[in-house]
Design a protein around this ligand. Structure first.
Ligand SMILES: *Cc1c(COP(=O)(O)O)cnc(C)c1O
Length: 385
């Protein structure tokens, strides 16, 4: 006999909670992928992804974590010695730099204060000084600091230049309205374990015409991530190599949920939950990490001096059953990040606030009870469907 598992709540910015219907869809028997049945499913998924990306382009599905699609973006568009601007405003910006340097790209790195969004003028200054810059790489939502970058402003800079705008949208696609084609994004990347309500294991990437053109002359080495080859297969509703078949069942289900909710409602829900979370943090007197340009995917809060963030996070995980994210690098031990993306609703925000109150109380903060919850609840619940 084994005891029932502890009741647990996943409030981290990836992986995010997976709805039971999606789990059950993935429990169907694995079929062969070189079959009309599987190809019909790929066709449905391709159609749904285009709608979510708000693009006429193909959105390719890769069997990798999100970083695979980041790497694919670089190796398919750049050549050794090319110059790229990287916006490094946190751990994921830093990852763009590491990928680029790993492939011999010269990086003009814009280091942004953690918690701040990039100033487009800084990007423009480099573009004017070095017109040979081939790409600007940035996150839309920098998950490590919970900042939202001004992607539209960056697109205005790259649109009429011979420079690609490569956007890591891993915590922004399906969260915030960022229509790829209309905005002028050249490459938009995401991953399954964030807004898509799926387990990890799938990455997604779409290229604009300009990006496909650039790919024709890009000479960085690639094989699995050769996207021209992958596109040729996916346009025939199949994949170049064995796809993550059962994750595709889940993806079809999850895309159906997203599109049934409707994109405007999907974005409005994330915005509302983010606002409620920020209100809750203020109610607890916790300063926001991203005060000026907060992400609608996750909210970072600074802990009061003397509260050990690592221990608090462990306490929430083990004793309370709530998984939140801590801080990385220079924010280690100083912040907590509460996610509100994917399969989440008002009670996830309330749960997160209550958990934070438990944690603060456990580590010496006097009577935090109800202050975060009450402030978060000040936001009205969604209208009945
Ligand atoms: C989660 C995340 C990633 C990481 O992707 P993996 O799936 O872990 O490879 C990259 N960028 C951002 C902004 C993320 O939030």
């Amino acid at each position: 006999m084994t005891p029932a598992p502890q009741k647990r709540y996943l409030l981290a910015p990836g992986p995010t909670p997976v709805p039971e219907e999606v789990l059950l869809a993935m429990a169907a028997p694995t079929i062969h992928h070189r079959t009309p049945q599987f190809e019909a499913m790929v066709g449905e998924v391709r159609d749904g992804l285009k709608q979510v990306w708000q693009t006429e382009q193909d959105v390719l599905v890769l069997a990798s974590s999100g970083t695979g699609a980041m790497e694919a973006s670089v190796v398919n568009t750049l050549s050794p010695g090319d110059v790229a601007i990287v916006v490094n405003a946190g751990k994921f910006g830093e990852r763009w730099t590491k990928i680029c340097r790993g492939y011999g790209i010269e990086v003009e790195e814009i280091e942004v204060e953690w918690g701040e969004a990039v100033d487009p003028a800084a990007v423009e200054a480099i573009l004017q000084r070095r017109p040979e810059v081939r790409a600007v790489l940035v996150q839309a939502s920098e998950t490590s600091t919970t900042v939202l970058h001004p992607i539209e402003d960056l697109a205005a800079l790259t649109r009429d230049r011979d420079t690609l705008l490569i956007v890591d949208g891993i915590t922004s696609v399906g969260v915030v309205d960022m229509p790829m084609d209309r905005t002028g994004i050249d490459i938009l990347v995401s991953g399954s374990q964030k807004a898509f309500m799926l387990p990890p294991g799938l990455a997604f990437v779409a290229f604009s015409e300009k990006a496909w053109k650039a790919s024709e002359s890009a000479t960085l080495p690639k094989f699995y991530f050769d996207l021209a080859r992958e596109r040729a297969s996916q346009q025939k509703n199949t994949t170049a190599y064995t796809p993550a078949i059962n994750l595709m069942y889940g993806l079809r289900k999850a895309l159906g949920f997203m599109l049934c909710e409707g994109l405007p409602e999907l974005f409005a829900r994330h915005d509302r939950l983010a606002r409620a979370t920020r209100a809750g943090a203020r109610g607890l007197g916790l300063p926001l990490v991203a005060e000026k340009s907060p992400s609608p995917a996750a909210t970072g809060v600074f802990l009061p001096d003397g509260v050990p963030g690592g221990d608090l996070q462990k306490y929430l995980r083990n004793a309370v059953g709530v998984e939140v994210a801590g801080g990385q690098d220079r924010f280690k031990g100083r912040i907590l990040r509460l996610a509100h993306l994917g399969h989440v609703g008002p009670f996830d925000v309330v749960t997160g606030m209550a958990a934070l109150e438990f944690g603060l109380s456990r580590f010496g903060v006097e009577a935090p009870w109800g202050r975060g919850v009450a402030a978060a609840e000040g936001f009205p619940p969604p209208a009945t469907r």
